[in-house]
Structures are given as structure tokens and as C-alpha cells.
Design a protein around this ligand. Structure first.
Ligand code: ARG
Length: 281
């Protein structure tokens, strides 16, 4: 049995590891510009409902024993609720975000200031990257998306800053514009993932098949419900509630799916994982 041979792993061995998470309340959440295929500025947003649903995610994390820190959103930064894009905490450093779109550029400095206050070793990015939206960290490797937002040069920059292996994956479907919309890290220690094969080019698909032969392959209908925009602690997988088919696949592999209602935030093109920035020592 190899470390990547997920199906051979007795599922009873699954265990949650407590995480430290940074989140940003959606108190200023609206959709008044469109920078991804899901955003439609003509559809009204219920900000109070977004806050209430987001609070549900915070409560679910805390109930599972995770430590949630909060960062207040800056003014006129309606997308800042998607905290995952605020940077990448990996390999002992915090690698700052550098947003692709002008509308979000102001978020980066607020995240950086918070990290500096907490004593993190900050590496300021020179290359365009949208944090954990595209840079998903496992124990000894970062899976790194490009094609829509993050510049592949940022992958090299992150590898140099952390010493971690960075595996570049090219996204080809505009609905899955960040890696965290097309792939979930389910077990960062043993290297288990789920993904939507159709979201990647042929070469990247081959890389994923080689590195993760027993990965969960998710159906397009499930991915379209934002199924893969989920966060796992190694046992519990917090996922968009509508994705019941994905939950069934997770259960078959011994994970404990935790459905989260977060559809108001789908109007901005994000869900559970987008709202979750994991902080690592
Ligand atoms: N409206 C935001 C954008 O287009 C959504 C970001 C979603 N975040 C994520 N980690 N996928 O940038």
C-alpha cells in the first residue's frame, strides 16, 4: 500500500485534526461587478441572509473544534468574504495575494497587516496570485491552479519561498476559475483529493491521475452545485448542502460530510472553501 492508495486505507482510521482558520464576515457583501461566470449584478443580494448563512459555517467549524479568527472587511470590498483568496499560509510563511482584478486589489494589504500583527513571516508576492483560491497546500506539496487568475510565475515564486513542491494544474472551464472550485483536498497528510476531471486540460488531468490514482472523481452536475468548494479537516468535510451526491461519495470513503447552507454567497461565485483561509504554523 502506498501513501496515495486511498481506497486501501481503512476508513476507520480517519481522524479530524484541529485547524486554525481566518474568516471575514460578509457584512459588505453585494454583487455590483462581474468578474466570474457566476456573478450577475442584476440579481439582488440579501446581505443579512449571507451573514446568517456565513455565521452557520463559523458555528459548524467551532462545534467541530476548530479555531476561527475573524478579520473585518474593508470598505467597498464586497468580495472580501472570500477569505481564501487573501493569501497562502504554507511552509512556515504567509505568501501574500496579488489580485488579478482591480476590484479586489485592496484586500491584500488588509490580510497582510493582520498576518504581520500575529507575527507571521510574510513573503510579499511579486506575481499575480489569488491565495488559497488557487494554491492548495498538502503536507509536502502545493497543488496550484492557473488559467484564469493566478499567474504560473507565482507557482515558482511560492516554491522558492517555501521549499515545497508546487504542482501546476491548468484550469480550462470559466465556471471553475479557481482551483478550489474544481478540487477538494480531503486528507492533506495522506494525500487524498476529490476533483472534477473536466475542469482541467489533458496534461493536468494526466498529472492528477498519476499522483492521485484513487481520488474521488466528481460528476459535472455535482461540481456545478459548487460541491468541490469544500473544506476538510481529515474527517469532517464541510460542503455546500445542495451537493448530496458528493456527500454520498464522501461517506463511502469514510468521511463525515457536514452540509452547509451558503447559497447566498454563490451569487458571488463562492462557497465554503472560498470563505475559509487556513493558517498553518
Ligand atoms: N467574486 C469572487 C471572485 O470572483 C469570488 C471568489 C471565490 N473565492 C474562491 N476561493 N474561489 O474573485
Amino acid at each position: 500500500m502506498t501513501l496515495t492508495d486511498a481506497s486501501a486505507r481503512p476508513t476507520t482510521q480517519r481522524a479530524a485534526r484541529p485547524r486554525t482558520i481566518l474568516m471575514v464576515p460578509p457584512t459588505g457583501f453585494v454583487v455590483d461587478y462581474e468578474i466570474n461566470a457566476w456573478m450577475d449584478a442584476s440579481v439582488p443580494v440579501d446581505t443579512d441572509r449571507a451573514v446568517a448563512q456565513w455565521q452557520g459555517l463559523v458555528s459548524a467549524y467551532r462545534a467541530a473544534g476548530h479555531e476561527v479568527h475573524l478579520l473585518e472587511p474593508g470598505e467597498d470590498l464586497p468580495d472580501m468574504v472570500y477569505a481564501a483568496n487573501g493569501g497562502t499560509s504554507a511552509g512556515g510563511v504567509f505568501y501574500t495575494a496579488r489580485f488579478a482584478h482591480a476590484e479586489r486589489m485592496g484586500e491584500s494589504a488588509l490580510h497582510e497587516a493582520w498576518q504581520r500583527e500575529t507575527g507571521a513571516r510574510v513573503v510579499v508576492a511579486q506575481e499575480v496570485n489569488e491565495g488559497e483560491g488557487d494554491l492548495l497546500t498538502l503536507r509536502d506539496r502545493v497543488l496550484a491552479g492557473h488559467g484564469f487568475r493566478t499567474d504560473p510565475r507565482a507557482h515558482a515564486e511560492l516554491a522558492a519561498a517555501t521549499g515545497l513542491e508546487v504542482v501546476s494544474l491548468r484550469l480550462i472551464d470559466p465556471r471553475y476559475y479557481h482551483l478550489d472550485t474544481a478540487l477538494t483536498v480531503l486528507d492533506d497528510v495522506h494525500g487524498e483529493i476529490a476533483y472534477l476531471p473536466e475542469a482541467f486540460d489533458d496534461e493536468s488531468r494526466a498529472v492528477l491521475e498519476r499522483l492521485y490514482p484513487t481520488a474521488i472523481r466528481v460528476a459535472p452536475e455535482q461540481a456545478a452545485l459548487f460541491a468541490l468548494n469544500a473544506f476538510s479537516d481529515g474527517l469532517h468535510v464541510f460542503h455546500p448542502a445542495a451537493a448530496t451526491g458528493y456527500a454520498e461519495q464522501l461517506r463511502e470513503r469514510g468521511f463525515a460530510p457536514v452540509p452547509i447552507e451558503l447559497d447566498e454567497l454563490l451569487k458571488g461565485g463562492g462557497s465554503v472553501k472560498c470563505c475559509t483561509l487556513e493558517l498553518r504554523d
